[in-house]
Design a protein around this ligand. Structure first.
Ligand code: MRU
Length: 358
């Protein structure tokens, strides 16, 4: 199955080569495939802030490479490079607030730096750590994809009609995807009849990115307005809602793209199962519940304009871009460490105490 999954992967969004970070510009997909080259931490922070790169694991990976770029510049400046590097790390950390993967990746880079021994090359150690973060995310995706597909088979044997929100594919991760990875694996195993993709207003991750990724792979996909989701659950035989996450707290609450919460409420009402797929780097055991998550609010122009063209009246617009789904609306959280069904604090703690999948 692993080979089939790897063969099915058509898209990548992050590339580290020739001492530089290359990012596929997600703001202009699917119309243009434009790559940008980054050689500074400032550039990478700006790419995360402006969503050249987006998706929780992808911004964590990009920030890790940003830290390598920062270290190269600071070490070249000479003796007192360590505090200056911390300033760059902070700049990267300030680029977006909600997805914990960003802070998790930067903390891993800091920890690696602390463990560099006298005589070792700190830059080489940091680069190896960033590459490891990138590769392990891809591996985690493959593991989760298989676990999620197995879970679908366990609960319902026949062909599935699923609904997803935002973009959780190869574009949003180190490769293959989280929720979209599960959908891909289930499709490879002949279990997917159709995927409904929420368009995901206002940034249109669903219509621009998810629809593009799925169509590229020949997976049957139908685009729908976000507001059609409950109607689809009622009329189209949806069996699963499958989404990713930006931060999962110790009690199993899930922050994800705005609109996820109302999907979970509607899913509960219609008896549709609700699956969250995220690597353990998305789990924030230091935060007790979703009430404490900082929800990013972006410029109201994202709502008032489409493609730079004003479409709304001259009013104030409120644009929170994530929401929190309470744990009790979630059937399963799928991670590379295993699956937590009906998540709560005890089950989340048990999952996170595992070293490996078993
Ligand atoms: O604002 P975005 O596009 O970065 O938001 C992305 C999401 O909400 C995804 O669902 C989440 O990061 C999981 S991606 C594997």
């Amino acid at each position: 199955m692993r080979d089939r999954m790897l063969a099915a992967e058509k898209v990548k969004a992050i590339d580290w080569r020739d001492d530089a970070l290359y990012l596929l510009d997600q703001r202009v997909l699917p119309f243009e495939e434009v790559w940008h080259r980054y050689t500074t931490a400032e550039g990478v922070a700006e790419a995360i802030r402006t969503m050249v790169v987006r998706g929780a694991p992808a911004i964590g990976i990009s920030a890790a490479y940003g830290a390598v770029l920062a270290a190269r510049a600071r070490i070249a400046q000479g003796a007192d490079w360590y505090p200056a590097l911390e300033e760059d790390m902070q700049l990267l950390a300030d680029s977006r607030p909600t997805a914990v993967n960003l802070f998790w990746a930067l903390n891993r880079m800091r920890d690696r730096l602390m463990r560099v021994k006298d005589g070792d090359d700190p830059l080489a150690a940091l680069e190896a750590e960033a590459v490891a973060i990138h590769l392990s995310d891809r591996e985690a995706n493959l593991t989760m994809a298989q676990l999620g597909a197995d879970l679908i088979r366990k609960h319902q044997g026949n062909l599935q009609t699923v609904l997803t929100h935002c973009n959780t594919g190869a574009l949003a991760t180190g490769g293959f995807g989280t929720a979209l990875g599960v959908i891909r694996a289930a499709h490879l195993e002949g279990m997917i009849e159709r995927v409904y993709a929420d368009e995901t207003r206002p940034w249109l991750q669903g219509s621009r990115l998810t629809a593009w990724e799925l169509a590229n792979e020949g997976i049957p996909v139908t685009l729908n307005a976000d507001s059609a989701a409950a109607h689809l659950m009622r009329t189209k035989g949806i069996t699963w809602v499958i989404v990713g996450a930006d931060r999962i707290t110790a009690n199993g609450d899930v922050a994800n793209k705005i609109g996820t919460y109302q999907l979970a409420v509607a899913a509960m009402h219609h008896g549709v199962r609700f699956m969250v797929v995220a690597p353990s780097s998305t789990i924030d055991m230091d935060m007790a519940s979703g009430d404490d998550i900082i929800i990013e609010e972006r410029d109201g122009r994202e709502l008032l304009e489409v493609g730079g063209q004003r479409v709304g009246a001259e009013v104030e617009a409120f644009n929170p871009v994530f929401d929190v789904t309470p744990a009790d609306l979630i059937d399963a959280i799928v991670t590379e460490k295993g699956i937590v069904e009906r998540p709560d604090t005890a089950r989340m703690a048990q999952l996170m105490s595992r070293k490996h999948l078993h």
